[in-house]
Design a protein around this ligand. Structure first.
Ligand SMILES: [Zn+2]
Length: 376
């Protein structure tokens, strides 16, 4: 799912996201809590209506941003006191008010408030942090059960009904619930036994879906994969399993093959704004001088409106000139490429040939590295 941090996928209007086939977006509770304020959005009918997005939305709990963006924070059993990265003002987020904020936003899927364990963290610290996340998960669920009817679209048959339909259509099923869904989050640092324990404790509390958090926090990618593999077998197969903050096109295919159902990542949109484009021939930097006279499309195998209309030479010119349109067009293509990758994954699963698709992606990735086009 594309990331729409402050209720916008940077540079791309909602109508274009719909044309691209985006079914669900991620928005950040931390950012919306600080600006314009979750209460303001609740009064405006909730996030769907506020941002004019009738398809599904997932909000994270704010736990990750409190730990990654705020340079002052004090963690207590009640929650976290932190300074806003915008103006330095003191704020507090804990299991109860982070859940309240997400009920006010009214996303379809909301997340339990967790402590994102920093990397590196020794076992003792990671264990204490994981145990706190488990206690917080229980409090989030309790608060949610007592307050879920306060969602802005609670009794209305407004934008929400079609928002649910977005996800339901994707699954070829009618919506079975009018409630938001609260997911639990697994932590445990980079310790396989703690990951397992965290998964078991979170499942014991019981949620309709589970997220794997605390990864992609600076650890080597091999370690990310080890932790995902240590966690997945302990999460129920019949519930959605969301891997947070991952990854490259190759990685999202790899993780799907391992049993991950949902992922979100800023990579396609952030890389696009830096002129890094994912294509069927690997990753390329559009500023490269060899594109200056290149009349061909960005990716000859991509059917997106950018590849259908513009040349590499023009896209390079826009980027080199610092034009706003460069970020817009690059983002549209990268999102199209990611969404198309996932469409192919779903198709290959239906055909029973995910392994075949996976090996194609792996060899493409090797070729791309061999050409030196992957600066990451
Ligand atoms: Zn394209």
């Amino acid at each position: 799912m594309p990331v729409g941090t402050v209720a916008t996928v940077k540079g791309v209007p909602q109508g274009t996201l719909e044309e691209l086939g985006v079914e669900i977006l991620l928005a950040n509770t931390y950012h919306l809590f600080l600006r314009p304020g979750t209460e303001t959005i609740r009064k405006l009918g909730g996030l769907h209506r506020f941002m004019s997005w009738e398809r599904s939305i997932l909000t994270d709990s704010g736990g990750y941003q409190v730990f990654s963006l705020s340079d002052f924070r004090k963690v207590r059993e009640e929650g976290v006191e932190f300074r806003s990265h915008l103006d330095g003002a003191l704020h507090f987020l804990g299991p109860e008010n982070a859940t309240a904020a997400q009920i006010a936003l009214g996303a379809d899927i909301i997340m339990a408030f967790d402590e994102c364990t920093e990397y590196p963290a020794d076992r003792d610290h990671a264990a204490k942090s994981m145990e706190m996340t488990a206690r917080w998960a229980g409090r989030c669920k309790k608060y949610f059960e007592e307050h879920k009817q306060e969602v802005p679209w609670g009794s209305a048959v407004g934008p929400r009904s079609s928002a649910v339909a977005g996800l339901a259509v994707a699954n070829d099923k009618r919506p079975t619930t009018a409630d938001q869904l609260l997911f639990g989050i697994v932590q445990g640092g980079m310790h396989a036994d703690l990951r397992r324990e965290s998964a078991e404790r979170t499942v014991e509390i019981g949620f309709p879906g589970y997220a794997i958090g605390g990864l992609s926090v600076g650890e080597p990618r091999e370690l990310t994969r080890e932790m995902v593999e240590a966690t997945l077998p302990h999460l129920p197969r019949d519930r959605p399993r969301h891997l947070m903050g991952v990854g490259t096109p190759e990685e999202i295919v790899e993780y799907t093959a391992r049993g991950v159902d949902m992922m979100d990542c800023v990579l396609p949109t952030r890389a696009a704004r830096h002129g890094l484009l994912y294509t069927s021939e690997g990753k390329l930097a559009i500023k490269n001088a060899r594109f200056a006279q290149d009349e061909g499309p960005l990716d000859p195998r991509c059917g997106c409106r950018v590849c259908a209309r513009y040349s590499r030479a023009y896209l390079r010119h826009l980027y080199s000139s610092g034009e706003t349109l460069a970020a817009v067009l690059n983002t549209i293509h990268n999102l199209a490429f990611y969404l198309d990758t996932m469409r192919q994954v779903r198709q290959s699963i239906k055909l029973g040939d995910l392994e075949g698709f996976l090996s194609g992606v792996r060899s493409r990735s090797l070729n791309s590295s061999a050409q030196g086009e992957d600066p990451a």
